[in-house]
Write a protein that binds this ligand. Sequence first.
Ligand code: NCD
Ligand code: ZN
Length: 367
Amino acid sequence: MIKLPGLIDPHVHVREPGATHKEDWDTATQAALAGGFTTILAMPNTTPPIFDEKTLDLGLASAKEKARCDYAQFLGAGPDNASLAAELAPRAAGLKMYLDSTFGELRLDDMSLWMAHFASFPKNLPIVLHSESRTMAAGILFAAIYDRPVHIAHISLKEEVLLIKAAKEKGIKVTCEVAPHHLLLTAPSSVPPASGGETLIPPPFTGGARGGRLEVRPRLATQADVDALWANLDVIDCIATDHAPHTLEEKDSENPPPGFPGLETALPLLLTAVDEGRLRIDDLIEKMHTNPKRIFNLPDQPETWIEVDEDARYEIRSAEQFTKCGWTPFEGWQVKGRVTRVLLRGKEVVKDGKILAKKGFGSNIRE
Ligand code: NCD
Ligand code: ZN
């Protein structure tokens, strides 16, 4: 048995309000606890999006009633809520800005709309950017101009990790996260990097998923991108799931929405990487506890830890998950390492696959 600190997931789509057929505060926080997360930070691209006092109150009311682990709620940056968001900041996990293709209504294309947010959002919390490739470079330039922290969500490309590395070396206040799926899966059309004389070209590795199920933003990338992420893990501050549940029916439809569930698979997949010698357990703790705690200014959770049977081998099965969405792109993967027990603020909240925390046990860490 090994003991780890309660994990923190800074990127979870809870889906409440507005899409509780995909997930809600009850099922998302059960999935979180089952996966070893004792704190989650909830994204604001709900229906309605969370961007003012009324919608923040609405989201937090459901969380207060149903959450089984601790949490905070992000505010979404809209075209004209910069001063409101700055006022509400003490009650929020941070500010999320959608600058690229995404699911939902919160998207800011015009850079002049970014300025007010960069100028007014308090600097003790990061602005989290959904920004890819050159948009990410623009976001980092904004961090430099306004001399304030930004956190780049779900990086997936070699060019992104290399630019973040260079920006950090210049002292720009940028941090970033990667999702397990961008470390472990490649796009179906992915071609491996040209390597001298290599004739054996392995097939792209998309796990158990196909077709619409593979839709995710950012898109799965190439093997060269995946290799660059692993080679530059020291540049990557956090591993965040970007748990983005959609039902199987939706994923297999004509117009599949992008997103993968991830709360229950992240830790076993990463413990397996530790077992294979691809990741050190200290890095896992740093990227899933220490760094997110520091970056998002989160309080201590006294008497909180998770217990893991690091020798348990099993197959990932969606039928055993607590998420409502009913599937995982990692169906059938063999993993090693199982969460056996979770303690949160002195209370046993998970024991041998059962969630013992009651609805409402979770507390808002910004309250
Ligand atoms: C997210 C979702 O479904 O809310 N989807 C995704 O593919 N990651 C939206 C997002 O994070 O862009
Ligand atoms: Zn997301």
